[in-house]
Each structure stands twice: as C-alpha cells, then as structure tokens.
Design a protein around this ligand. Sequence first.
Ligand SMILES: [Zn+2]
Length: 216
Amino acid sequence: MKSKIAPVFILLLSVTLNSATVMAREPYWGERRIELLGFTEQQILVLESTIRQLQSLEPGELKIDKGVYNRLSRFKELFGFSFNGRDLSRWLLSRIQSISYENSWTAAANRNQGDFFVGDLFFKQMSPLERLYSLIHEARHSDDDGYKHTRCPKGFRYISSRQPDLNLEKVPACDNSPYGAYAFQAALLFELFAFGLFEQDEAGLLYNSSISRVIP
Ligand SMILES: [Zn+2]
C-alpha cells in the first residue's frame, strides 16, 4: 500500500512545485495586465531583475560638479518628477501593454505605442545598465505621437558601440526633438552618472553616446 501512495504523492508534489515555479512572477504584470509573450522563464527573470534594479534607484549624494549637474540635468523637466526608481518604474510599466520575444535589427522596439519587442541582443549582449535605459527609451515611444526617430544626418560622426556593424549615417536612429526617446534615455543615464549609480564611467560614456543622437 505504502509503495503505491508514495510515487503518486511525489508526482503531485512535483507538479505543484513546477506550477509554483512557473507562476512565481512579479505581481505588476498581472496588476497592470501586461502580457508576456514567447519568453523562457529565464528571460522573464532577466526582465524582472531589470525592473527590480530600476525600482531600487535612489539619488543619494551627488558625485559630480554641482554646476555641471544643474546645467545638464533634465530628468525632472522630462519625466515630471524628481529622479527616483519607484516613480520611474511606475512611469515605465504604465507605458507597456505587452512584451514579446522577437529578434529584429534593434535590441528593442515599441509598436502600437505599448507593444514592446525584445530579442537576443537584449538578453545576450546588453549589460544590465543598457537593458534598463533601453526600456526607458522604448517607453517614451508610447507617448503622444510616438516620437518617431529621424534619420541621422549625412556625415554623422558617431558610431553605435553596441552594434558595430551598423552605419548610422542616414539611418532612422536620431531625434530632432529634445523631448524624444533619446533625450529620455540620456536624461536617465545622466542621473546615474551624476549620482555614481551603476558603473559611473559606463553611465557617462553611454550618456555621451545617447545625447549625440539628439540633433540640435
Ligand atoms: Zn527608438
């Protein structure tokens, strides 16, 4: 008798444990009715850890010259609140309707102002900091008319450090608006640089790279 019950019990236990593992997602996906499509559990964990890092951001002590900070900080002007991770993660999540796995020419995309697409470039090649700012970038495409990119100018001098095979000249990867996705991405990177969050030099270099896409 014992020998028959034990295997059944173990089977039930393992089914319960497996479904618990599958269901153990952060509550905000369900609360905000954000669909996750085509991801492995591992990829969902990466998405969740990116959002957790975002939530935990706190300004702390300024680590750069105050005059430079006052001159170049645009976070509050653009986002409408002072730099802090809790409000920023809400700002991000409120701009997402779904996130799907898809490989395209870019690391992430946002179609229909809320349908996000991320692929292998996002999961396999990007650093945690790059994942974080790229979600903020995509979220800005959910606002107003979507802030579509303009073509980078002829003779554009900057390169894409993330995609070395990409020729940015005349490619729609620039903004002629100071309120577009690259401005928002740069504004976040500037705060991370200024407060020494993440690697300060990586944040600073990425800020320079991002602001170069905003054509005056
Ligand atoms: Zn974009």
